[in-house]
Ligand binder design. Structure first.
Ligand code: UN1
Length: 480
């Protein structure tokens, strides 16, 4: 598959044939140009927002069945095309084909889940404190949603933001990550094919400035963003300045605790998956492996063995276990942090060197760094690559305090056979999601997703929680 896709914005149901100044290369083979793309300016953002605004009354007042049917059809199409979409995703983003297809299926499931949720919007009846007065609460659509999506889940995250927005009667202007516009564009095509009315879903492709133009647009009622902490802080500021609703999902520095009583094979499997699969490019990835003394050396040796034998290669090669980094920048960031960890006294026990494969790509050797200290930069700053470090602690209490010591709080995991410690961890871990004997990454699509501290801001995403951000409550009083 080497065809170059020429991408366009989708505005008011039309694919505008505009100049394309950008390109996206395949991270597994930079000789392969995946797409050429336009770079939206204020005019395109204005047109997309105006289209979304104009489409809002009819879409929000349509029967929930119309919205449900559209999302259900889109979900079916995504599932049916899992192979081709998964291939495009892997070619564009760099995760393995199994991961690309898996993510595509997840996106299909999300669309179908929200097809159901469209029919389940409910409110309450309450008695007033005043005799004869009745109160009802009900949920209503909000308006135009600006959705700013990341490159690391190029179809699942666009689906998990767009599906609830559309299910509950809102209209959308989406700006996909500049590194993965082709996958987002394929999803947009499917929504059109599934019958989304013109203007209800718009896609504008471009750089970070396009996201900022959406955030600052006075006719955008709400912003949902997934990306880095630095960009997220600016998004929040822009939205709050004009009192738009805002929801942010940002980074993590997710801890995985391994206790003395852990099943060692399970611990290794959980760490390997959480830290290295999807090239470590998940905000839920485990990056700090906090290991108690008695099992520490055994665990580090066993994990180092597995990490060293991971097969790094082209995303579409069936034998690959870890695909490339998404970009040269991400690759360099991983290598920079490996150096920083080394200089700080960390001991590289697997990987750590530059990789050169037959095809030119942005490959990173999966790397494990032992003997690190909780305050080292490798343990406080997000790397977003196939790099993890281990921290030795004496017992569970110290492990928990190290786990809770960063400014992030997305996911936190523990591997143990102790019910007491597992339960205590679930209560006291400062994270939005806790995992017992499971990788920190890899979540279900029908339950709330989000973190604490500086990992997230605003209402939870996903599952039944999504209704909070994507609707507003009206309280109606009546006397008769
Ligand atoms: C997962 O771990 O299954 O950007 C999902 C991210 C998260 C999604 C993680 N918002 O990596």
């Amino acid at each position: 598959m080497t065809e170059t896709l020429n991408l366009n914005h989708l505005i008011n149901g039309e694919r505008l044939n505009v100049a394309r100044s950008g390109e996206r290369l395949n991270p597994s083979d930079t000789n392969d140009r995946v797409a050429t793309m336009p770079d939206a300016g204020q005019a395109e953002v204005d047109a997309a927002v105006a289209a979304a605004r104009a489409a809002f009354p009819a879409w929000s007042e349509a029967s929930p069945e119309a919205r449900s049917d559209m999302l259900d059809r889109a979900g079916t199409l995504v599932m049916e095309r899992r192979e081709t979409l998964g291939r495009l995703l892997s070619r564009e983003e760099g995760k393995t084909l199994a991961e690309g297809i898996g993510e595509t299926v997840r996106a299909g499931r999300i669309l179908k889940y929200f097809a159901g949720e469209a029919l389940r919007v409910h409110g309450q009846n309450l008695s007033s404190v005043r005799p004869g007065v009745e109160i009802q609460t009900y949920r209503q659509a909000v308006g135009v949603y600006g959705l700013i999506t990341p490159w690391n889940f190029p179809i699942a995250i666009p689906a998990w933001k767009a599906a609830p927005a559309l299910a509950f009667g809102n209209t959308v202007v989406m700006k996909p990550a500049g590194l993965t516009p082709a996958t987002a564009s394929a999803l947009a095509d499917i929504l059109v094919e599934a019958g989304v009315p013109k203007g209800v879903f718009n896609l504008v492709i471009g750089r970070g400035s396009v996201g900022q133009a959406i955030v600052d647009h006075r006719d955008v009622d709400a912003i949902s963003f997934t990306g880095s902490q630095g960009v997220g802080a600016g998004v929040a500021l822009g939205a709050i300045k004009r009192q738009a609703r805002v929801q942010l999902e940002m980074g993590g520095k997710n801890p995985l605790i391994i206790l003395d009583d852990a099943d060692l094979d399970r611990a290794v499997m959980v760490a390997l998956d959480g830290s290295y699969y999807a090239t470590g490019q998940r905000c839920t990835a485990s990056s700090r492996l906090i290991v108690t003394d008695a099992v520490h050396d055994k665990f580090v040796a066993a994990l180092a063995d597995k990490v060293a034998s991971l097969r790094v290669g082209a995303a579409l090669d069936a034998t690959t276990q870890v695909g490339p980094a998404v970009s040269e920048d991400q690759m360099e960031t991983s290598y920079k942090y490996i150096d920083i960890a080394r200089e700080g006294g960390g001991r590289v026990v697997a990987g750590g060197d530059r990789l050169s494969l037959a095809t030119p790509g942005w490959y990173v050797q999966p790397t494990l760094i032992a003997d690190t200290d909780p305050s080292m930069r490798i343990n406080t700053e997000e790397v977003f690559g196939p790099v993890a470090s281990t921290i030795r602690v004496k017992d569970y209490e110290e492990a928990l305090s190290v786990a809770n010591s960063t400014e992030f709080g997305l996911a936190a995991g523990i591997v143990t056979t102790s019910l007491k410690h597992a339960r205590d961890f679930q209560r006291r871990a400062k994270a939005g999601m806790t995992m017992v004997n499971l990788p920190t990454a890899g979540v279900d699509y029908h339950v709330p997703f989000g973190g604490t501290k500086r990992s997230s801001y605003g209402a939870r995403e996903q599952g039944f929680a999504a209704v909070e951000f994507f609707t507003q409550t009206k309280t109606s009083y009546s006397w008769s």
